[in-house]
Design a protein around this ligand. Sequence first.
Ligand SMILES: [Zn+2]
Length: 134
Amino acid sequence: MDAHLAKTDTYHLALSGRLTVTPSCEDIHVSESEPRTLIEAIRYFSDPDRAFRFVLDLRWPNGSVRCPRCDHDEVSFVSTRRIWKCKGCRKQFSLKVGTIFEDSPLGWDKWLPAVWLIANSKNSISSHELARMP
Ligand SMILES: [Zn+2]
């Protein structure tokens, strides 16, 4: 992996599963309150609403959610279940659909601290470091 890959790019990489580096002008909104340590990251992302908004901002930074299956932009959000219904293909999708996390039963509260750790580690992370996560 490119050593100069920015933190945001790493998040996008993890979320898209493709080596697509997005333009660096993109500014994520979490910088001020962004966690500094792993413990902070775990606390930070343990709030499901916060974790949800964090991923939402990364995936659709301009707020216009599109269907990952048919790319239709007319979707309705079901806030109680945090899913969308597409008016194009009439299927439902969650934030995970179309990402490498799609098939994982783990919630964002488990994934995001790991992604955060990778994005913030200066050297490449070892599996031992991940294993030591509390
Ligand atoms: Zn669709």
